[in-house]
Design a protein around this ligand. Sequence first.
Ligand code: F6P
Length: 368
Amino acid sequence: MAMKIAVLTGGGDCPGLNGAIKWVTKTALDPKLVKKRSVTFEVVGVMNGWKGLVDVDPDDAESCTRHLLHLDEEVVRTWDRYGGTNLGTSRTNPFNPRNDRSDKLFENIKKLGIDVIVAIGGEDTLGVAHKLYTLGLKTVGIPKTIDNDLAGTEYSLGFDTAVNVIMEEIDRLRTTAGSHSRIFVVETMGRHAGWLALHGGECSGAYIILIPEYPFDIDHVCELLQEREGKEIRYSIIVVSEGAKPKGMTEFVKDTKIDDFGHQSLGGIARFVADEIEKKTGLESRYVILSHLQRGGSPSAHDRLMARWFGVAAIDMIIDEDFGRMASLVRGEITSIPLKEVVTKGLKIVDIDKHYDTERYNGRRSIL
Ligand code: F6P
């Protein structure tokens, strides 16, 4: 009998998810590989992450059609070209202590005859996958988060496309910033880790980059801008991570809402920085919050490639019975690491000594 794989995407969407689903499906069902294996597979997509597995009523055909999607090579053929996730996503936590629905989750997995779950997500989605594994279920993970802050992997899906969006938008801002001789403050995502702001800012040649790992002094930002005055430079670009904070202050939050995993939505730091600069220096400043534009659009070549490799690796793990693990990139090679490591090690944040120039508030100028 075929082993039933359920694949789902959870947390914030990003380009690369559809590619990972495609390659999980194609690799599982590949007719040439099937002949060489002692096991055959069936693949089903779960709609809207863990929510789909909790909400589905396995005894109701209409509910199953709404929450589950049969996947085969024909269904997923073109998916890798498209951003977002065709399976939908949610931030549902079945183990949320305020609304624990894990019993229903277990019951549904059993009733649906699911043998193994491929969870594509960040720390929260993979945290659930790890918990399920510790409770006796077979799970494997694929890393995704545009923040690229998951422990145990050098790469998480979505990061490269997001960095490209940041770069393209900054290129666009430069012409208008130059015409008006203005300062532009660009806010990127990056809740706890500054990788998006740092890499986005470095590849765009931003003058100042502010990241969560190094609380900044607004007076020093102003001094750096004033150092440029009188030179041929007509404008400056500052990139700031949504999680960056001025010394002695906390992160800027959008509202008081808290999601199932206990997170608040961050945002607003760019406005603070622009306003303070104008107040303290008189330099005309504007701000742009890139927000979800960074997660939109089609995946970059790198995200398509990594999605493919991670998808193939997930099936390798299943065949090798390496459950409770996540596909990962370590020293440039695809491998796998225990989900336990991903969830217990803490996030992979920017190492200030190694990657950041605390004088210039920018990327390092000495690498070797
Ligand atoms: O975790 C990825 C991320 O893109 C963060 O950088 C950001 O803080 C968050 O998701 C935004 O989430 P939402 O889509 O729920 O607004």
